[in-house]
Ligand binder design. Structure first.
Ligand SMILES: *Cc1c(COP(=O)(O)O)cnc(C)c1O
Length: 337
């Protein structure tokens, strides 16, 4: 294992040894291979560079309390990447190839998989891009699939805590029938002008629906959830990414007899939640302390400490991911080293 101060890692990229790759050409995918060259050579006119023909995924490998390596629900990411691929007019990848590439990426970078107890994990970033040179507006017919890995620190180094958010009504991350429900880089490029100024002030951004700006949509790169009188509420929208963590938390709610509602959430309803959080792979659950609404000159308060439902769900999910609790829904893919 590498000499790394695991607890001090952040979410930024720490170099690892190997990238896993395969190429699509003449209608078929090549074998997966591993290389230590992290630079990829593509034509300057590649469709990914000209027209953002690209999609990605994000998932984490956990070293468990029992030393076992677990990858959380990778087949769900494989399916979602193919949803994005179809939407971006890219070749789909066999699910097994996707998951095998993730396994290879873990094994070949095993020295970077953080030890148990540090809270750190190995983050995997699968990427699919169109590589055919294109200047006329058209999709590629050659593609490159890659998986890179990087160790990332505990999301809550100072313990499970809260973050403040701000509503932005002036920038939309995705159009009503655009690409909001797909995991594509373009959605992020389009939202930096909202997220960066907020991050400089230590705030996350809460986006509203881009048609009426009346309903809660997406929390930057995570789904929104609220807890109202013991009910777990999450937005129904055509432009949010179907989060695998959100889906998993809803299953846990079912196990715990917590009711779940997936429906439109009017901004005014923020007044009625006792808890609010952003959910996704990075933090699992990132509880929200308050949501500032600068246009309405108001702030919705949820407290500086995470609420009981967030705490219960967070610990239940982490216990499964780190092998401390029974994985009764078969979410963990065990990685044999
Ligand atoms: C990746 C992502 C999420 C979270 O999805 P998970 O599968 O739970 O990690 C939510 N929203 C956006 C915009 C995302 O890109």
């Amino acid at each position: 294992m590498k000499q790394i101060d695991w607890g001090k890692l952040t979410f930024s990229y720490t170099p690892t040894d190997k990238i896993i790759r395969c190429s699509y050409k003449d209608g078929k995918w090549s074998e997966l291979y591993s290389t230590s060259d992290m630079n990829i050579t593509i034509h300057a006119a590649a469709a990914a560079l000209q027209y953002a023909q690209q999609a990605f995924e994000g998932l984490k490998a956990y070293r468990g309390v029992d030393g076992v390596i677990r990858l959380f629900r990778p087949y769900e990411n494989a399916r979602r990447l193919n949803d994005s691929a179809r939407a971006m007019y890219m070749a789909e990848l066999p699910e097994e190839t996707f998951v095998e590439a993730c396994r290879m990426c873990i094994r070949e970078n095993i020295d970077y998989l953080p030890p148990y107890g540090t809270g750190a994990t190995l983050y995997l970033r699968p990427i699919l891009i169109g590589t055919t040179p294109k200047v006329g507006v058209a999709p590629a017919h050659e593609f490159e699939f890659m998986v890179i890995g990087t160790p990332i620190g505990p999301y809550f180094p100072a313990g499970f805590g809260t973050t403040p958010f701000i509503i932005n009504r002036h920038v939309d991350r995705a159009a009503p029938r655009g690409t909001g429900q797909y995991k594509v880089g373009g959605n992020y490029a389009a939202s930096f002008r909202a997220t960066e100024p907020a991050h400089e002030k230590g705030l996350g951004v809460l986006f509203l629906d881009s048609k009426e700006h009346q309903y809660i949509d997406e929390c930057g790169g995570a789904n929104f959830i609220g807890v109202r009188d013991g009910v777990y509420v999450t937005p129904l929208s055509e432009s949010i990414l179907p989060s695998i963590i959100n889906r998993s938390l809803r299953t846990l709610c079912h196990d715990f007899d917590i009711d779940v509602e997936e429906r439109k959430i009017p901004v005014q309803e923020l007044n009625y939640f006792q808890e609010a959080a952003a959910v996704g792979t990075g933090a699992a659950i990132s509880p929200i302390s308050r949501i500032i609404d600068p246009d309405l000159n108001t702030t919705y308060e949820y407290g500086e400490a995470p609420g009981p439902v967030c705490c219960r769900l967070f610990h239940a999910l982490r216990d499964i991911q780190f092998g401390r609790a029974e994985d009764k829904h078969n979410w963990n893919e065990i990685i044999k080293n």
